[in-house]
Design a protein around this ligand. Structure first.
Ligand SMILES: NC(=O)c1ccc[n+]([C@@H]2O[C@H](COP(=O)([O-])OP(=O)(O)OC[C@H]3O[C@@H](n4cnc5c(N)ncnc54)[C@H](OP(=O)(O)O)[C@@H]3O)[C@@H](O)[C@H]2O)c1
Length: 335
């Protein structure tokens, strides 16, 4: 009596799974890859680190580039460096100094000028960003405001400026550069993580609006990457954050950039680097958009194992935090 019921339930589960899979496959639209040859790519934060790497990667593929950042000298230096990678003599690197976190009208003006020069924007990469590391109560509340302005509003403004034209043209790619700290909250990143998690919510809501217009949004979740911004942040990194970060290696910006550009061209919803990054993306998938059946199946099959692994990491991170706290208390008593 017991076994027939179990077998029947198992068969029903398999049929339900196959029906669901069939439904998902029939509704899934895989975007056509975007050709970057002759395309106009705008990159905020394109004068340094990951953003500059992305600019070089796009330029190597024949794109016309606009770099947006504040410091004019760094913009000029980056322009000269990127121009060395041209694949034809028509390619142009246009630069414009702008603070993407302030004055929306000015951001619109600068992007309009870039479009007049190089044509409508085919791909926008929002890479301008900054970070701060510190304990929640020790961070001045102005830091929370500053980070939200640059990392979140600094993505909203340029995106808001390009979406109408992309909708008219029924094509486009938009990249939000988040962080692995936008998938998991870690010690010392209360201000930073919140801004990077916010990008995910923005991306998902906006993706649902613009998908019928053939516009695809990629959220990139880079790991620690050897850039000027990372070097600056590392100068004041808390011991707990340093020890937790040691569980993963530091990547090179050109490697991270190559992966982001490849995923954006394909219109993937998420872009991650390495096995750690893949695991985090699987764990944090929620109801995020999928653009391929293989990707959907990978998540369905591996999410349980990934969760198990994450429990190991979580407990080792907790024990680092506890050890540091006990050591500090001990040395305070000794003083
Ligand atoms: N490096 C990492 O380990 C890492 C890991 C995960 C995620 N990320 C994210 O990746 C992105 C790039 O990081 P990175 O390490 O390559 O940084 P970076 O080397 O410090 O470069 C940051 C770029 O953003 C520009 N920028 C900063 N604030 C701006 C503003 N208000 N308006 C316009 N441009 C602005 C900078 O130029 P100006 O200062 O001249 O404006 C520069 O071009 C950031 O969003 C960061 O959060 C980095």
């Amino acid at each position: 009596m017991f076994w027939p019921v179990v077998l029947l339930a198992a068969a029903a589960a398999v049929v339900a799974f196959l029906l669901l899979l069939f439904y998902v496959v029939s509704t899934m639209v895989s975007p056509k890859p975007l050709s970057l040859s002759g395309a106009h790519v705008v990159i905020t934060g394109g004068s340094s680190g990951i953003g500059k790497g992305i600019a070089i990667e796009c330029f190597k593929k024949g794109a016309f580039i606009t770099l947006l950042a504040r410091d004019e000298n760094r913009l000029l230096e980056a322009k000269r460096e990127i121009e060395q990678y041209s694949v034809n003599d028509k390619q142009v690197v246009h630069i414009a100094s702008v603070d993407v976190s302030k004055d929306y009208a000015n951001v619109v003006k600068v992007i309009k000028q870039a479009q007049e020069k190089l044509g409508p924007v085919d791909m926008l990469v929002n890479c301008a960003g900054t970070s701060v590391n510190g304990k929640f109560e020790e961070l001045d509340t102005s830091k929370f405001e500053q980070l939200m302005a640059v990392n979140y509003l600094g993505t909203v403004y340029p995106t808001h400026a390009v979406v109408p034209t992309m909708k008219e043209r029924r094509m486009g790619r938009i990249v939000f550069v988040s962080s692995q700290a936008g998938q998991v909250g870690l010690f010392g990143y209360s201000a930073y993580s919140a801004t990077k998690f916010a990008l995910r919510g923005l991306a998902e809501a906006l993706q649902m609006e613009v998908k019928p217009y053939n516009i695809y949004i990629t959220v990139a979740y880079p790991p620690d990457t050897d850039t000027p911004g990372f070097a600056e942040e590392s100068k004041t990194k808390l011991l707990e954050t340093q020890l937790i970060s040691e569980s993963s290696t530091v990547c090179q910006p050109d490697h991270v950039a190559r992966i982001i550009v490849k995923d954006a061209i394909q219109g993937k919803a998420n872009s991650s680097v390495g096995p750690d990054g893949r695991m985090l993306t699987i764990l944090a998938c929620g109801i995020s958009p999928v653009t391929s059946v293989a990707e959907a199946l990978e998540v369905v099959m591996s999410i349980g194992v990934c969760r198990l692994l994450s429990l190991y990491y979580l407990s080792s991170f907790d024990s680092i935090v506890r050890r540091c706290m006990l050591q500090k208390e001990k040395s305070q008593k000794a003083d």
